[in-house]
Design a binder for this molecule. Structure first.
Ligand code: ZN
Length: 219
């Protein structure tokens, strides 16, 4: 049975990195709504400009837009064996839409919450850098580039993602508390959430994720 992996956790909990690692381990595509939205925001279309404004203000893109993106993306052939969602669902409405998709297609939902303390989150986000040219991601504490703040792959100067600036971080955490934390509660009421301690090394968290996903095999 194809598995649909939902990684929950505040911005900076390491969902993106872990989703990448899991994708490699299991051979399932990683579907990051954040990446898809950032790509769309670069496009000079009405939708692209709208998304760009919403992202820059630290707010969330509407359920309607995200629902269309997810439905379309998960219909593709590479999702038949399973897929990993990163950044979705973020509202109860999105979670309900996903429940419907999963049950219509006879898939199995595996929800995992990566729990990290607020202090650790703020420190991690402020240390994150991206390469504006090739998209490589660095962390000035745990995964710094070899040279100053230059990309190892292409040599471009790294920069802070616009939504990692301190003001935007504060707003993202507030938005998370208001809107996303209830989604975890929604899944908890259905006893679907596996809890993982995210205040550990990337590798320890990864091993735990693999164990949880394997344990669900065949159920
Ligand atoms: Zn680069």
């Amino acid at each position: 049975m194809a598995k649909v992996i939902v990684l929950m956790g505040a911005p900076g909990a390491g969902k993106g990195t872990q989703a990448q690692l899991l994708s490699r381990r299991f051979g399932w595509p990683q579907i990051s709504t954040g990446d898809i939205l950032r790509e769309m925001a670069e496009q000079d279309t009405a939708l692209g400009r709208h998304i760009k404004n919403v992202l820059a203000s630290g707010q969330l893109v509407s359920d309607e837009i995200l629902a269309d993106i997810i439905q379309e993306r998960t219909e593709r052939d590479d999702c038949r064996g399973g897929y990993i969602l990163d950044g979705f669902p973020r509202t109860i409405r999105q979670a309900q839409l996903l429940d419907r998709l999963v049950s219509e297609r006879g898939h199995e939902l595996v929800v995992i919450n990566i729990a990290v303390t607020r202090q650790a989150l703020v420190a991690r986000l402020a240390a994150r850098r991206i390469c504006p040219r090739c998209g490589a991601v660095y962390n000035m504490n745990s995964r710094p580039p070899r040279q100053d703040e230059l990309c190892d792959r292409c040599g471009s100067p790294l920069r802070l993602r616009s939504d990692d600036h301190p003001d935007a971080i504060q707003r993202r955490l507030e938005v998370y508390q208001e809107q996303t934390a209830p989604v975890i509660d929604y899944y908890r009421r259905q006893k679907k959430v596996a809890e993982i301690d995210g205040d550990r090394s990337m590798d320890e968290v990864f091993q735990d994720l693999v164990r949880v996903i394997r344990e669900r095999n065949g159920r």
